[in-house]
Design a protein around this ligand. Structure first.
Ligand code: ADP
Ligand code: ASP
Ligand code: MG
Length: 430
């Protein structure tokens, strides 16, 4: 029996009962002969509550202090979980990200893991303990400051530890039974996916399916760590995310590889905003100056569209999307660079949503894009921006239209389950 890493999200440890329930599950894995490393998130909506608290004290807190504050959430859950396990007669030790050897760069609020040196975790395991690690946090290599990995970052902690410890599997326990063809909170008829390739999962995660974080899937693909996403509330098999399809036994044909679906699912995201730079001179180099200003502020952008310049004015508008949380910073950076760019004004719109259809089958099925637009049109949804990759097509719409649009596309592509409704066991969806 090998080593397993289990990650429990906030909804799985939302209260004392949740912590005790999860402790029992962890002890079961240990009793089955595994070495167990647990990564835990902050209880329930603690991280959101800490963010609200910080906003009441300061509108733009320093990244260092903000990270110090947010990491407190995971400290609470890790210590309580270790206590609950000890109460069941098993030994457990909790560790902060820094103690567990999670080394990051120094970009506060969205640090990247650059190394994992889990010496203390190995020792704890060798001494027969269950090791509990605070998710979502690390320590910066240069300044030795405490950092956080961005919202949902405990998923990345789990996969990074699984890679560093050469784990058999990384289990991500959450409040739904696995990865579904759409968010079960929006589409009751969403279907659980048994297996999904890293590539499709990467696109779903990047498009807003927060069941797994994009960086965590990237990490898992790079180190080839299979992920099993499942519910901490039910005993059901969840979704396997890996490079190769698993082999299934069939009665007629013997062993068969599970087939990859043409369409994996529909993702949506309402966490982005749109900035339009109005009246940009239509000459070479303008886009470069605009996006350099945004990049220098360490802001990642998503979609970009430039509309055709009206010949009479020689001016054009450039719109792009970015996380709402970066909106203020981007506007400030562009205002500062205004003299060098020479635009007329900036427009900020945070009432947008993005809907994406993901599937490797798009490469070979020309009708997919048309079907996607027809479904949106039938639902009366207006499209503002479009972007595509080889296996994804995304549109930006009004935020109010998103849920309706997701359901329409899900139905149009035959993804609705004809048997049971997807179960959401906990969480507030915040
Ligand atoms: P945790 O607290 O366990 O990290 P998250 O809230 O981050 O949980 O992620 C689980 C949630 O992701 C689900 O409750 C669900 O609402 C949402 N979700 C979005 N898209 C999907 C999808 N395609 N499949 C499953 N869950 C999804
Ligand atoms: N507690 C952090 C958050 O809410 C990290 C995580 O849950 O993965 O974003
Ligand atoms: Mg999460």
């Amino acid at each position: 029996m090998g080593l397993v890493v289990q990650k429990y999200g906030g909804s799985s440890v939302a209260d004392a009962e949740g912590i005790k329930r999860v402790a029992k599950r962890i002890v079961e894995a240990k009793k089955n002969g595994h070495q167990v490393v647990v990564v835990v998130s902050a209880m329930g909506d603690t991280t959101d509550e800490l963010i609200d608290l910080a906003e009441k004290v300061s509108p733009m807190p320093s990244g260092r202090e903000f990270d110090m504050l947010l990491t407190a959430g995971e400290r609470i859950s890790m210590a309580l979980l270790a206590m609950a396990i000890k109460n069941l007669g098993h030994s457990a030790q909790s560790f902060t990200g820094s103690q567990a050897g999670v080394i990051t760069d120094s970009v506060h609020n969205k640090a990247r893991i650059i190394d994992v040196t889990p010496g203390r975790i190995r020792t704890a395991l060798d001494e027969g303990n269950i090791a509990i690690v605070a998710g979502f946090q690390g320590v910066s290599q240069d300044k030795k400051d405490i950092t956080t990995l961005g919202r949902g970052g405990s998923d990345t902690t789990a996969v990074a530890l699984a890679a560093a410890l050469d784990a058999e599997v990384c289990e991500i326990y959450t409040d739904v039974d696995g990865v579904f063809t759409a968010d079960p909170r929006v589409v009751k008829k969403a279907k659980k996916i048994d297996w999904i390739a890293f590539e499709d999962m990467l696109e779903l995660a990047a498009s807003g399916s927060k069941v797994l974080l994009h960086r965590c899937v990237e990490y898992a693909r790079r180190y080839n760590i299979p992920i099993h996403v499942r519910s901490s509330f039910s005993g059901l098999q969840g979704t396997w995310v890996s490079s190769e399809p698993p082999v299934q036994k069939t009665q007629q044909q013997g062993d068969q590889k599970v087939e990859q679906a043409i369409i994996s699912g529909v993702a949506h995201d309402t966490s982005e905003a749109k900035i339009t730079v109005v009246g940009v001179p239509d000459k070479p180099g303008e886009a470069a100056v605009i996006f350099r200003a945004v990049a220098d502020a360490e802001i990642n952008i998503d979609m970009i569209v430039q509309n055709v310049s009206a010949a009479s004015t020689g001016l054009t508008d450039i719109s792009f999307t970015l996380p709402k949380t970066e909106g203020r910073k981007a506007i400030d950076a562009l205002e500062k660079a205004k003299a060098g760019i020479g635009f007329e004004s900036l427009r900020y719109d945070d009432q947008i949503g993005k809907i994406s259809l993901v599937g490797a089958g798009m490469k070979t099925n020309p009708g997919v894009t048309a079907g996607f637009f027809e479904a949106l049109s039938d639902a009366g949804v207006n499209i503002e921006l479009i972007s595509t990759s080889e296996i994804r097509i995304s549109v930006v719409t009004r935020a109010d239209d998103v849920n309706e649009a997701v359901r329409a596309v899900h139905t149009a592509f035959g993804l609705d389950s004809d048997s049971d409704e997807a179960v959401v066991y906990g969480g507030t969806g915040r």
